[in-house]
Design a protein around this ligand. Sequence first.
Ligand SMILES: [Zn+2]
Length: 306
Amino acid sequence: MVSPLDRKFSERFRPLSFGPYGHAEAPRWSAGPTTHRKGPSLTETTSTTGITDTAGKTTGTTGRAARTGTRTRRPSRLRRLAMPLLLTTGLCLSALTAAGPAQAGQPNATVVDSTRHGGRTLALTFDDGPNPTDTPRLLKVLREHRVKAVFCLWGDHVRRHPELVRAIVKGGHTLCNHTMRHDDMSTWSPEDIRADLEATNAEIRKVVPGVPIRYFRAPYGSWGATPEVAAEMGMQPLGWRLAIGDWEPPGTDELVRRVVEGVTPGAVVLMHDGGGDRSQTVEAVDRIVPLLRADGWRFDRPARRG
Ligand SMILES: [Zn+2]
């Protein structure tokens, strides 16, 4: 949810670069300490993981203990090279949404950023596709590793690449509405939001009739009135807890590092299969999955109903 205004946000942030859509969806990675920032439409809190490369006090026994499944902290070997990381909360929870009582099985307006089962799990989510170059490669990688993910689709891209939507569904993945054209809806009326979200769902349903569209994610994390509208339409607003900045792109090694060092139990992780060259993301996923599984992590779906 970075806007160009964020360029001035902090000298601790790296120089920003934007993809072909002129945006990024989360704050930059930073070597700086905990930072709080406010956007025009919501409050977004970022925090460090508490990891430092000299933080012996926090790394002492984590390696063995993590493998027992009784701890929630990451093993020390994943921390060894760590620097303070920014975790990005894509959710705004009560500060943003007034989540009302939900019917059983129905989403509410809470922006979720956690997995369904919690514990030592994470959920992979991919935005801005489908993308004819990288989405098929990503699907192949996910299939090989037997990981199910969430794909947050642009309506316009669905229209251009319907076969990729069918492939996503065939792969057993979950669909998420990411609007027709990736507009910032933070100031839109509920009526205008609903019209766009319905148009996006209509494009998806034309291609894969009857397939549930379980989530909605606001472009740039600019939620505005979108959570309530999405929930009314049966879609759970989907945030994220960790964004890896793959729009830069910073190199596959760096993406791998950001995930294995930045992931926390129950985290929804934001990545991109569209919006530019995402080959590094695909390669990173191919490496991340076995690394994390070897450390006892499991891949889960995001929660519903907050
Ligand atoms: Zn996006």
